[in-house]
Design a protein around this ligand. Structure first.
Ligand code: NAD
Length: 452
């Protein structure tokens, strides 16, 4: 295919395939900008990761950055200086200061990397200001917020991408490639989650780079300033998207399949209190805090195609990091904890795990084959490069984003649904259909080729 024809194909197929026929066509104008002009709302630790990726690129201009803490702004400006890029407009004007950034007509798109509780209002204001939105994970803390995000995107015609990077993890993409080539047969059951000991993130006094201590809230640094409070006040799967994103893409959720019901259970809460006592002693004021978040929250989800999905949120206890993926079908199974695979009739020995490496290399996704070198050195094993690239390319081509607004809210909705289920003593709750029936007709165009 010639370049121009191929571009048109991508534009048309992405827009139609992802159901953005629901949106007004105004956003898909013919003349795409050669450069994407970005504004950053929230330049804390994650915002700076994205800023770093933006400064590396010749097709991105950083027009403005906004934060409420001078320390984060100074760290970001250091980054800009290191790359010898022009100094962006700086906004440090309190919690509503981001609205000034949104008034800037030179900005095509915004990256939002603020605490979760700010995401909905910032996404909505940004779409109303006609900006493309790339929002960090958790887009909508309640079901009502999720609906508001969808309705705003549909009304304004502005695409929203939740920057879920794990969909781009190399092994995950290889396994998705295998799923699409029917190596596992018909999918039956999938598992994943967020199994990451965050005690040193939740109690980080900012005095050393690895966190630690017993402080959070006003005396904390970065996520300890806000994320820990969610563990005090809420009990549910607070961080479902890294696990569910890849699973949803493998099972074509919102694209011929959908989540139908959910049930969650939470254990007792011990890990965070024990950490405080260990780090600060029994008399530390925070030793009196009652954490509502169960140490392990387990969620089951059913799909309209009759697969089951098991998700786990496990961030308060000593444990090595693992997202705990398992993909199982009628012909075989992959698990990432033991980095093993078994495909009936093809694995070397019957009933025995086989090292997955050869399979993952063989089915390496075309995107990784093409861009693996560009991604080398980027955060989280390179996957951060891909998610940022996908967003920038979508803005440049004025297409919908490969993970779209329906994905963002469907994955994020697991948190409030799991909170409700736990609150109701383990009752099964219905999963909303944010596509309003369009899931039956939409096609899966996520990473179908090596374009972005
Ligand atoms: N995808 C990933 O792998 C990944 C990794 C880390 C964090 N995250 C996500 O990124 C987001 C940010 O997390 P973080 O680790 O950077 O936290 P952080 O606390 O380091 O950064 C948040 C920043 O937002 C700023 N902020 C708060 N309120 C604001 C407002 N009203 N206007 C402007 N700025 C405001 C804070 O001052 C801070 O600098 C969260 O959603 C988190 O879950 C994702």
């Amino acid at each position: 295919m010639k370049n121009s024809t191929r571009r048109d194909f991508i534009k048309t197929s992405t827009v139609a395939g992802l159901g953005f026929s629901l949106l007004p066509s105004s956003v898909f104008a013919k003349d795409a900008p050669a450069k994407v002009r970005l504004g950053f709302i929230g330049v804390g630790m994650r915002g700076q990761n994205h800023l770093d990726l933006a400064l590396l690129r010749s097709d991105v201009e950083v027009i403005a950055i906004c934060d409420v803490q001078q320390r984060m702004i100074d760290m970001s400006l250091d980054l800009v200086t290191r790359y010898k890029k022009p100094k962006p407009m700086v906004i440090n004007d309190g919690p509503q200061g981001y609205k000034k950034l949104l008034e800037n007509k030179d900005i095509d798109a915004v990256i939002i990397a603020t605490p979760w509780e700010w995401h909905t209002v910032m996404c909505i204001d940004a779409m109303n200001a006609k900006k493309y939105v790339g929002c960090e994970v958790i887009t909508g803390m309640t079901i009502a917020e999720c609906w508001e995000i969808v309705h705003t995107s549909e009304r304004t015609g502005m695409p929203l991408m939740m920057l879920e990077n794990v969909c781009y993890r190399r092994d995950v993409m290889a396994v998705m490639n295998m799923v699409r080539q029917n190596i596992f047969g018909e999918l039956i059951h999938l598992q994943g989650g967020y199994q990451h000991d965050l005690r040193e993130v939740k109690f980080n006094d900012g005095k050393n780079p690895y966190g630690g201590g017993a402080e959070f809230g006003a005396k904390g640094f970065s996520e300890a300033q806000w994320r820990t409070e969610h563990s005090v006040l809420r009990n549910g799967d607070l961080y479902p998207t890294h696990g569910i994103g890849p699973i949803a893409m493998m099972t074509n959720i919102n694209r011929g399949n959908r989540f139908t019901k959910l049930v969650s259970y939470a254990t007792k809460a011990r890990g965070l209190h024990d950490h405080i006592v260990k780090a600060g002693g029994e008399n530390h004021p925070n030793a009196k805090v009652n954490f509502k978040l169960g140490d392990i929250v387990t969620t089951m989800i059913s799909t309209s195609n009759n697969e089951t999905v098991l998700l786990q949120h496990d961030t308060n206890l000593p444990r090595p990091y693992s997202l705990g993926f398992r993909v199982q079908g009628t012909k075989g199974i992959w698990m990432d904890v033991n980095k093993s695979i078994y495909i009936e009739g093809q694995s070397k020995e019957a009933h025995r795990w086989e090292d997955a490496k050869e399979w993952l290399d063989k089915y390496d996704h075309p995107l990784w084959k093409k861009y693996g070198n560009d991604a080398a050195g980027a955060g989280h094993g390179g996957m951060d490069w891909f998610v940022f690239n996908a967003f920038v390319e979508s803005v440049k081509r004025k297409t919908n984003t490969p993970q779209d607004v329906y994905d963002a809210v469907t994955w994020s909705a697991i948190t409030p649904l799991s909170e409700s289920s736990i609150e109701l003593g383990g009752e099964t709750v219905e999963f909303p259909d944010f596509t309003k029936g369009q899931w039956m007709y939409r096609k899966n165009n996520f990473a179908i080729d090596d374009s972005y």
